[in-house]
Design a protein around this ligand. Sequence first.
Ligand code: CA
Length: 246
Amino acid sequence: MNNTNNINNDRKKKILIVEDEKSISEILTYTVNREGYESECAFDGITALRLALEDNFDLILLDVMLPGMDGFEVCRKVREKLDTPIIMLTAREEESDKVMGLELGADDYMTKPFSHAELISRIKANIRRYYGENRIPAAGSAGAESDNIISINGLLIDTKKYSVSKNGKEISLSKKEYDLLEFFAKNRGTVFQREEIMEKVWGYEGFYGDLRTVDVTLSRIRKKIENNPAEPEYIQNKRGVGYYMS
Ligand code: CA
């Protein structure tokens, strides 16, 4: 489904820039404004959280090291209330930072320094995913309900409500977890390399993404849907190749 028109015709998208270093904040502001986005800046974590909850942002760029409250904490608190896309900006190439951000519900992360082109590409991909598949209701509601339901061994995925349940019990998934699960469910039996998954589910050019993102998101899904995440029944590894849903 392609909803680019809805995005273009809508109001200007608004981005919250959370970064305590003035020089970086200015560059980020310049870059997103030049691309046609509106923006607002916060220079500490507490202000960032207040603005994020008060105002209706379409995306949040969130630095990790911030005075007052760090970016991880801001991310966690925002996620309690909102599903706004969050891109964490990490200063170090620390694996643990990336994993932590994703575990707290960030959609993406970028390691400083990054190019303007990469930043804009990531912003566009995240906003497109969010509006393309999360916010705009599927066209028409006349179809039989079963058209929207994918059923796999007790796991029910409702692609219209973006909800998942197992044996009648609702399972709470983040946006990306849902996207990834639905992707596998719609392509059962096909083995996908992580590069392909990154491109299809995250929507990036392959070389921008970090493939660990796929593994981390998948392991979070497994913890939620599998009886024993160490011996998954739903999404399997194909050693040396990638992942598939049987
Ligand atoms: Ca900082």
